[in-house]
Ligand binder design. Structure first.
Ligand code: FES
Length: 237
């Protein structure tokens, strides 16, 4: 599709081709922008090759300026900077003709308004670079790898403040990123949602459901300080 500002607008994100989410999104986009927009929806489930190919087409046919809308619901500022960097590398001297923004595929009315606000779009020149050496160059010391579910149902059950408390308790106990301590990794849904908030521990392999601050403190003390599993907090199979 085109707008007053852009010769081409491409929409890139997961689940835009197949499945229930795609069906709904394609219907809403068609109602909002017209059927021709479907040709500008690029599914990234299998990677970004299709997007890069379309960008190359736009560059070679001077269909510019070009706006790429990132529809990934897990997108972030870092992902947007990555996308800008990739587009800059492909566009070379014409990078000043490429722009990106992040949009929500589930709210097409807001998305349509966003397309008309170029002041909210980012160019693909002077993209912030990652420093070559920084504080995140090494694997932190740890004995346990703890996976904290940040999926939608655990979040709805109050997981995020519990995980914040967990980090604080581990740190206070001297067990956060220490030789005998814990390295925390946040995840999306780990699947036993109905028993969540879900926390799993490796390499020992326990799956815990942690529902309040008292259980966080008990887990830290018994599992990570006294180094014994807490059967009362373990999920049923
Ligand atoms: S949302 Fe946490 S296990 Fe599914």
């Amino acid at each position: 599709m085109k707008t007053e500002t852009y010769a081409r607008v491409l929409f890139a994100g997961p689940d835009l081709s197949h499945g229930s989410f795609a069906e709904l999104t394609r219907r809403q986009f068609t109602e909002q922008f017209g059927a021709a927009v479907l040709g500008d929806l690029l599914d990234t489930n299998a990677g970004h090759d299709e997007l890069w190919a379309r960008v190359r087409e736009c560059l070679s046919s001077t269909e510019l300026p070009l706006l790429v809308v990132d529809l990934d619901p897990l997108g972030s500022s870092q992902q947007l900077d990555w996308l800008r960097g990739e587009l800059q590398a492909r566009a070379g001297e014409r990078a000043d003709q490429l722009f990106v923004c992040a949009g929500n595929a589930e709210d097409v009315a807001t998305l349509a308004a966003l397309l008309q606000q170029p002041e909210k779009h980012l160019g693909c020149v002077d993209v912030p670079q990652l420093p070559e050496s920084h504080a995140w160059s090494c694997i932190p010391p740890h004995r346990y790898r703890v996976l904290l579910c940040n999926g939608p149902r655990c979040t709805r059950r109050g997981a995020l403040p519990l995980w914040k408390l967990l980090r604080e308790e581990l740190k206070a106990a001297g067990r956060l990123e220490t030789e005998d301590g814990v390295h925390i990794t946040r995840t999306q849904c780990q699947f036993p949602c109905d028993q969540g908030p879900t926390l799993s521990v490796y390499p020992s392999g326990e799956w815990y459901r942690i529902r309040d601050a008292a259980e966080v403190k008990r887990l830290v003390q018994e599992h990570f300080v006294e180094e014994r599993a807490v059967p009362e907090l373990i999920m049923r199979m």
